[in-house]
Design a protein around this ligand. Structure first.
Ligand code: BTN
Length: 314
């Protein structure tokens, strides 16, 4: 109601009529909002209006104005967690619905690929894990990483006008520096997926001084690149909608369109690269990706290598 009122007053009577609750209950809800950090002005005979919102990505902030039907309709929000991934795994096992999102303001033990740490300071980023339950064979799950990368690039473009690149398999970069990391994990039997947990970390409002010595040369944020603060909740809402649209397309028509979109954003394709895998370094031309999201590299002898997991050097 306050969002719709767009800064105008909403009378206590109107709120109580619309919610079907007493004026005392309305007052209690207002107090709850104040505890969450909303600044509400109360004026006799006029009602309440919002004069300040918290810089938070709470359920309220994410649900107000959300245009999806599935992704983000259930939000599990915490101020501080070890890792949203860990919570998402637990609630997925307990039966959380598809589209449930775990969001935190801060992660004290954020995890990246290959068990690396993911730096997730408070109130600056979008740290989230999304639970999906697709009816696809487990070996196709990596396609969802590529789909998520496309969704995050499109959301960033829409909200900031910046155009990030994708580096296979799951890095989103701006000016060569890492902006987003994606970690896809799943709970599955041999032939059936129970859930896919897509963990996404977007560096949104960090300033240069917020990055430590180790990562400041390789990481960036939207604020650094754009030169202004970005509304994290609006960015996440845009991402939920892009993800939902692409996911529906994927379930209906398969990977075809997603693959084409991914290749248009990818910087490594058509270039000479080195893939550092667990067992070897493979150097050659990145030819493209397969329908399973596997990277194809042609070496100098003309041999095609299928890369499932690696760090890519351009
Ligand atoms: C990577 O680039 O290595 C992937 C990083 C993924 C980070 C996100 S932040 C939200 C979610 N929770 C985690 O602990 N990790 C993922």
């Amino acid at each position: 109601m306050f969002t719709n009122a767009d800064g105008d007053y909403v009378s206590g009577q109107k709120i109580s009529d619309l919610l079907g609750c007493s004026r005392t209950a309305v007052w209690k809800h207002i107090e709850e909002l104040r505890k969450e950090g909303y600044e509400l002005e109360a004026v006799r005979k006029k009602g309440y209006r919002i004069v300040g919102k918290p810089n938070k990505v709470s359920s309220n902030e994410l649900l107000l104005g959300l245009q999806t039907t599935k992704i983000g309709q259930y939000i599990h929000y915490e101020e501080s967690v070890h890792s949203t991934q860990k919570i998402a795994h637990r609630i997925a096992q307990e039966g959380a619905k598809e589209g449930t999102v775990v969001v935190a303001e801060e992660q004290t033990a954020g995890r990246g690929r290959l068990d690396r740490a993911w730096y997730s300071p408070k109130y600056t980023g979008a740290w989230m894990s999304i639970i999906l339950r697709p009816s696809i064979p487990p070996q196709q799950a990596p396609q969802l990483t590529l789909l998520s990368a496309v969704a995050v690039v499109q959301a960033i473009q829409e909200v900031t006008n910046l155009s990030p690149d994708i580096k296979w398999p799951n890095d989103v970069l701006l000016n060569g520096k890492k902006l987003v990391g994606i970690l896809t994990e799943m709970q599955a039997d041999f032939d059936r997926i129970h859930s896919v947990i897509i963990g996404i970390g977007i560096n949104v409002n960090q300033q240069e001084t917020d990055f430590n010595e180790q990562i400041k040369h390789i990481a960036t944020s939207l604020r650094i690149e754009k030169g202004e603060e970005i509304n994290r909740a609006a960015l996440m809402q845009a991402f939920f909608l892009k993800l939902e649209t692409l996911y529906e397309e994927y379930l209906k028509n398969g990977f075809g369109l997603i693959k084409v979109l991914w290749e248009t954003y990818a910087i490594s394709i058509g270039k000479r690269i080195i893939a550092r895998t667990m067992t070897a370094n493979i150097e050659g031309f990145a030819k493209g990706i397969t329908d399973e999201g596997v990277l194809l590299i042609e070496d100098d002898e003309g041999v095609i290598h299928r890369i499932h997991s690696a760090d890519i050097e351009l």
